[in-house]
Design a protein around this ligand. Structure first.
Ligand code: AKG
Ligand code: FE2
Length: 369
């Protein structure tokens, strides 16, 4: 009998009866709100009329809505952004075909240390005990001269022109959002983008296959994005969840055809001195449908300076000294892992919720000092 290859990816494990134990998350991290229990709490903002740029014009209203969404959630959806649905359909179709390819093919593009993009299963840190029920393909989209096409799959055909167009169109939308977010901080329109230097675009295509025991797993654990801003396209299945009260309650973001979800990341949180929240989010899975999302992470240059741009009278700056973008990302990872360690300790030593919150706040303050 020919030896069988062990199923390596969640796609090839999706047909098993039970979930592999590496995917079983702690009770407190399981979803209590379902992937289809859609909420309308996350603002949906139309960009129609954004060029009506005069007192009382549409731009003013859009600005108000965006600023209030960022102050409350750090996450919102935009519609009427001017990108055709056809482009989104093409992106999803290429992605669907790619993830349906055999493990051996996808693993040819496996992302290892030093590689510029590629295929990854789960993408959890080695220190995290539990794996995410997902696989992903990372394309280093920009700067264009930094691309390594040997890490771009040749199947299905046609990734390059579609990603080129997708990158350009999303950069246009994010450019408009950066202007509004700068204005919301009472700064010149180019204030935020100027601090980033050359923008780096990392395009992550996430695949969450249908899961044998979806109540026990998560697709992508709770996190904030290490980016400046992330613009996310999700399919119609549902599974993106957000919290604004430190994971006490979660809402499932309603999928809207042709909408883009905007998540503010670490960079905009610091630059606004915490006035804009960072999107606190996760992705859950289900037992009926494969789900896909396509996230374009906008990053600054490693050497870009990160510091609160205008600290108001009486406010404490979140950072005492400017740090580099690379340092910001490093701290973000360390903080993420330290939070996990503290949560484990709290469980072992039976801390009260207040004690845990106090320790986590202290941890964050230390990381900013
Ligand atoms: O799949 C989703 O909806 C969320 C993806 C996400 O948060 C990420 O890739 O950082
Ligand atoms: Fe994310």
């Amino acid at each position: 009998m020919a030896p069988t290859t062990a199923a390596i990816t969640p796609t090839s494990q999706a047909h098993e009866k039970t979930l592999g134990e590496q995917y079983v998350v702690h009770k407190k991290d399981r979803a209590m709100v379902g992937h289809k229990d859609f909420s309308d709490d996350i603002p949906v903002i139309s960009l129609a009329g954004i060029d009506e740029d005069y007192p009382g014009g549409r731009r003013e209203q859009i600005l108000k809505k965006i600023v209030s969404a960022c102050e409350e959630w750090g996450i919102f959806q935009v519609v009427d952004h001017g990108i055709s649905d056809e482009l989104f359909t093409q992106m999803f179709e290429l992605s669907r075909q790619f993830f349906a390819l055999p493990d051996e093919y996808k693993l040819r593009y496996k992302m290892t240390q030093g590689k510029k993009g590629g295929f990854t299963v789960s993408s959890h840190f080695p220190d995290e005990a539990v794996a995410n029920w997902r696989e992903l393909m990372l394309f280093m989209e920009r700067p264009i001269q930094g691309r390594d096409y040997s890490q771009w799959p040749d199947k299905p055909e046609g990734w390059r022109p579609i990603i080129d167009e997708y990158g350009v169109k999303l950069a246009e939308v994010s450019g408009k959002l950066y202007e509004l977010l700068s204005e919301g901080l009472r700064l010149e329109r180019d204030a935020l983008t100027k601090t980033l230097g050359e923008i780096h675009g990392h395009l992550v295509v996430n695949h969450y296959p249908k899961c044998p025991q979806p109540d026990l797993a998560v697709g992508l654990k709770r996190h904030t994005d290490p980016s400046s801003m992330t613009v996310l396209l999700q399919d119609q299945v549902g599974g993106l969840q957000a919290t604004k009260d430190d994971a006490k309650t979660w809402v499932t973001v309603r999928p809207i055809k042709n909408a883009l979800v905007v998540n503010l990341g670490e960079h905009l949180y610091y630059m606004s001195n915490g006035r804009y929240k960072r999107a606190d989010h996760r992705a859950i899975v289900n037992g009926e449908h494969n789900r896909m999302s396509i996230a374009l992470f906008f990053h600054g240059e490693n050497e870009a300076k990160v510091y609160p741009l205008n600290v108001k009278e009486g406010e404490t700056p979140l950072l005492e000294e400017p740090i580099t973008y690379a340092e910001m990302r490093k701290r973000h990872n360390i903080l993420y892992l330290d939070r996990i360690k503290i949560a484990k300790l709290a469980e072992r030593e039976n801390w009260s919720q207040e004690e845990l919150m106090r320790k986590l706040t202290e941890l964050e303050q230390r990381s900013n000092a």
